[in-house]
Design a protein around this ligand. Structure first.
Ligand SMILES: [Zn+2]
Length: 186
């Protein structure tokens, strides 16, 4: 199932109308495979626009996650200097690339798989592997049951302390009964 993020085959057809029919094409291809097809068309490589960030709206910013990811797609198919970007891929950018949603990590993993399958190695591949490992570690930490239990214990402790502290207020007569019992013992 395609992750429902922006464009998705599950609902895109709903944007069709009486005058316009929306046709989704190329879903069977990965992003790297699509980029590989573009390699046969220099005009497409020069005018490819993937970025919605940056101040120059007619150009790709070259530094956002999507731009860096596209540069890696291009590296994987042997195009290190596509004219749609002002600068080639800087491997250091991969390490600080922001991975913000659940669709991006599988995309990065796909690029790494392609690079490994094709025997491509280099600093950018090593950095990509390191970035993916860091993202996976972060996700595991977020969903780690031990961490979740620690949080639960902290919560229970806080509730217990709050409950003991306010028991006199919650149960009418507790304080009076305790005072009477103390007086009898004297
Ligand atoms: Zn960009």
């Amino acid at each position: 199932m395609v992750y429902p993020w922006g464009s998705t085959p599950a609902t895109n057809y709903l944007m069709s109308g009486d005058q316009t029919r929306l046709v989704l094409d190329g879903c069977a291809y990965t992003r790297t495979e699509k980029v590989e097809l573009l390699c046969n068309y220099p005009t497409a490589l020069r005018t490819l626009k993937v970025c919605w960030e940056g101040s120059a709206k007619e150009r790709n910013c070259g530094v956002c996650e999507k731009c860096i990811r596209t540069k890696m797609n291009l590296m994987t198919v042997g195009v290190p200097n596509a004219l749609c970007f002002d600068e080639p891929l800087n491997p250091a950018d991969i390490l600080c690339m922001r991975v913000r949603n659940d669709t991006q990590l599988p995309e990065l993993q796909t690029i790494l798989d392609y690079a490994c399958k094709r025997g491509i190695d280099g600093l950018w591949v090593q950095n990509l592997r390191q970035r993916i490992d860091a993202c996976i570690a972060r996700k595991q930490a977020e969903s780690n049951p031990v961490r979740g239990l620690r949080h639960l214990f902290r919560l229970c402790g806080a509730l217990a302390r709050r409950g003991l502290g306010s028991a006199r207020a919650w149960v009418p007569g507790v304080e009076e009964r305790a005072t009477t019992r103390a007086k009898r013992q004297k």
